[in-house]
Ligand binder design. Structure first.
Ligand SMILES: [Ca+2]
Ligand SMILES: [Ca+2]
Length: 402
């Protein structure tokens, strides 16, 4: 039997309270502290959550407001397109010529609307050199043949100035010296499509190179201090065959060895920016050429009332742009009434084929419409095509021109 002296004394033996009571009192204070911390934590989390929800709600409200403004601005640009169509339709009823002093050309006005502002600008797309004119499709070639076969269609045409060889590539191909004189090198006979096949197509009046436009384009390249041979690669990009023009043309075989590889389009250019893909076209050449050329979907005449001096100077050999700039300063306020009036004023002599590809009127226009509404902004580039039956949009691009 153990004695009391040999038993270990409890720690709180002298406090007078049982040990279990001491433990309960300490536990109560600890639980109170934990509960307080828990409540504070819950309040903190609730505050953070509420703040986050409020911030998210603000962002959602802001986002929906911007989207609403952007949508409204986008609709405004389509309304501007309708307005531009009305202006162009009204212009066609007033006169048959188009020049830079007409209402459509000076429509760059700013119109205030509720919570925003609208602006519009119309540009004549036939005042630039249409690259797709370099290649005549089968239908346009047939039309050209009809015009050439019917001298009454153009009583001013001088048969002496009309180069039959220039309009007949098959004949030019048979006579390399004549072709070189025309500034066009015949296709390489060793290519995939035989010369006889090409000749047969051309004899039938099918698609072919537009010699008159080709020479104008070569002169334009020379005036810009670019290689005239660039024209060959551009024609090869457009023409449907795989037959590169010798020596600087380029077809699939020139492009599919690049990284990344691609193929020649073999169809009309859909955008001027497509030039960047063509062999020999570097940034310097593109920067010089792009402001003066365009890529319209069909064969279009050049409007001499809106064309810049560089393009007009390229119409004939021996003219420079400074001479044409002086001419443009003295251009009648109402524009030239017809092509002959322009040719006389410019002292230009062009053959009947090229003369038939000049005009004083325009069917293709580019609309640049911009709308700002609150925080929203929309930009629309629209290619408008005007006929006697009205105006319609051929192409729309929101945000950028191409
Ligand atoms: Ca007009
Ligand atoms: Ca081709």
């Amino acid at each position: 039997m153990k004695s009391a002296a040999c038993c270990p004394c409890p720690v709180n033996a002298g406090s007078g309270r049982p040990p279990s009571a001491v433990r309960l009192a300490g536990s109560g204070r600890s639980q109170t502290g934990v509960a307080l911390i828990t409540v504070l934590l819950i309040v903190f989390l609730a505050s953070v959550t509420a703040t986050s929800l409020a911030a998210l709600q603000q962002i959602a409200i802001r986002r929906s407001t911007v989207l609403q403004h952007q949508q409204q601005a986008r609709l405004y640009t389509l309304a501007i397109e309708q307005w531009a169509a009305l202006v162009l339709a009204r212009d066609s009823q007033q006169n048959e010529t188009d020049h830079l002093h007409e209402e459509w050309a000076n429509a760059s006005s700013v119109l205030p609307v509720k919570d925003g502002v609208l602006s519009a600008q119309l540009r004549d797309l036939q005042g630039c050199f249409n690259l797709n004119n370099l290649w005549q499709s089968a239908s346009s070639a047939s039309a050209a043949d009809s015009e050439d076969a019917n001298p009454d269609a153009n009583p001013d045409a001088n048969p002496e100035n009309t180069s039959k060889d220039a309009k007949d590539p098959a004949k030019s191909r048979q006579d390399p010296q004549a072709a070189a004189k025309e500034g066009v090198t015949p296709k390489n006979p060793s290519s995939a499509q035989s010369a006889s096949d090409l000749d047969q197509d051309e004899v039938k009046g099918k698609a072919r190179l537009n010699q008159a436009q080709y020479q104008v384009f070569q002169r334009l390249l020379s005036a810009l201090e670019l290689k005239p041979e660039l024209a060959q690669a551009i024609v090869d990009w457009i023409d449907p065959d795989q037959d590169p023009i010798f020596p600087d043309g380029a077809e699939d075989s020139d492009y599919n060895v690049l990284t990344p590889a691609y193929l020649a389009a073999n169809r009309p250019l859909s955008s001027v920016t497509e030039l960047r893909l063509i062999k020999g076209m570097d940034q310097n050449a593109y920067d010089k050429l792009a402001p003066l050329v365009c890529a319209l979907p069909s064969k279009t005449p050049l409007n001499v009332n809106t064309a810049p001096a560089q393009v007009l100077a390229a119409l004939a050999e021996g003219k420079d742009s400074k001479e044409m700039e002086q001419l443009l300063k003295n251009r009648p306020a109402e524009g030239y009434k017809n092509v002959d009036e322009f040719l006389n004023a410019a002292e230009l002599t062009v053959d009947a084929t090229l003369k038939n590809q000049l005009s004083v009127a325009t069917q293709h226009f580019l609309l640049r419409a911009e709308a700002r509404v609150g925080d929203g902004r929309a930009m629309l580039y629209s290619t408008l095509y005007r006929t006697k039956n009205g105006v319609r949009a051929l192409r729309r691009s929101f945000g950028n021109q191409d």
